[in-house]
Write a protein of this length. Sequence first.
Length: 189
Amino acid sequence: MAKRRYRTGRSTLSIISGLLIASAFIRIGVGPGAALAEAANVEEVPIAAPPSANTSTNALLEAFQRRETRLAEREAQLQARIQALNVVEAEVTEKLASLEAAERTLAATIAMADGASATDLEQLTTVYENMKPKEAAAVFEEMSPEFAAGFLGMMRPDAAALIMTQLEPETAYSFSVVLAGRNANAPTE
């Protein structure tokens, strides 16, 4: 005898389908009843009465008035600060103008003093150039090398040469070193 083979796939599928259908019937039968039962147990929450229009309008009006008062105070403070800043700005402008005037006066005074100094040095240089070389050399011997080299640098070369020939060799050499080195640190470019 041949053994019969059962298909287990179809019977399992039939069982699962049956269970799903049964579950659907149960839900449909119990679902609306349970929902209705829950609705019956819920207590009604009373709805709060709307505030009276008069009360809320008064509160809103008071809030606006308080805000307007704060804004007015803030505006007054800002106006006071602006006025203070304007006063300070005027003072600064005035002081700046006086400083600029003082600077112009000082520049004119310095220019006049520099001009006078330059004139004095030129006159003294001319005096040394016109002196006899031996007498001028005696005066230059008493000067410091830096000071004397300044005059020698301003003199005509021929007059400076005559004075240098009358100096002691060591003194003439020190004047020459100062003259040669006074522009050594000047920028070349």
